[in-house]
Ligand binder design. Structure first.
Ligand code: PGA
Length: 251
């Protein structure tokens, strides 16, 4: 099984002091891979303070390498200040900034070209789920990114049902497992080499008290944590559950 990937997505929260002290507050992490994604403004400060102790990523990037794109930050710039991972296609970007699947693919391509490992977020709305369209929606969102993930240094797909994000309503293990297996089947059909490189992780109201159940299914290869990643203690508690389960699986 792939090493579990635990990602903190701070969204637009935090400050310089939080970014500076976070890695030290987390402490050492071994059996799982941890990536923290602070707001872009704090990335460099955090990279300096963390001194390689945790990997860092950005929450979004420009699809362009450089040019007259006021307000954008390129993947190369994010890499230069310490990012090694980039989130693309988070549902908050798709909804608030009207990003299409094509935009997400362009961002994914820009990340890969700059040497960043992309985490592509996908997820259905409650309406799409109720209409029985969840699996189809996710397949459509992924259709143009497979070729890009094959070229990436490492990569992840974050299945985040839109209705589960920030709502306190985590998806059932059964629904998560069905979706993760469907994503891995699509990967296998495209190119089986991806199965070892691309981890399928879950996001949406992950907390220390529900992550253990999610990890009972080995189709859940990690988690993307929003709200519960803002406090180093609760994020650490999530890491510890993942690490304990990884150790138990080894025995
Ligand atoms: P949440 O956010 O854990 O606060 O639900 C997850 C995400 O949007 O990445």
């Amino acid at each position: 099984m792939n090493k579990r990937l635990i990602i903190a997505n701070w969204k637009m929260h935090g400050d310089l002091a939080m970014a500076g002290g976070f890695a030290a507050a987390l402490g050492q992490v071994n059996t799982v891979e941890v990536v923290v994604m602070p707001p872009m403004a704090y990335l460099q400060g955090m990279a300096e303070a963390a001194a390689g102790q945790v990997a860092l990523g950005c929450q979004d990037i420009s699809p362009f390498a450089e040019g007259a794109y006021t307000g954008d930050v390129s993947a190369g710039m994010a890499y230069e200040v310490g990012a090694r991972w980039a989130l693309v296609g988070h549902s908050e970007r798709r909804v608030v900034h009207s990003e299409s699947d094509q935009d997400v693919a362009a961002k994914c391509e820009a990340a890969v070209e700059a040497g960043l490992s992309p985490i592509v977020c996908v997820g259905e709305t409650q309406q799409q789920r109720d209409a029985g369209l969840a699996v189809e929606t996710i397949s459509d969102q992924l259709a143009s990114i497979w070729r890009l993930l094959l070229q990436a240094p490492a990569a992840g797909i974050a299945y985040e049902p839109v209705w589960a994000i920030g709502s306190g309503q985590v998806a059932s293990l059964e629904d998560v497992a069905v979706m993760h297996r469907s994503i891995r089947e699509q990967m296998r059909a495209y190119d089986a080499r991806m199965l070892e490189k691309v981890r399928v992780i879950y996001g949406g109201s992950v907390k220390p008290n529900n992550v253990g159940e999610l990890f009972t299914d080995d189709a859940v290869e990690g988690v993307l944590v929003g709200g519960a990643s803002l406090d180093p203690e609760s994020f650490r508690a999530i890491i510890d559950v993942a690490a304990e389960q990884a150790a138990a699986e080894k025995e």
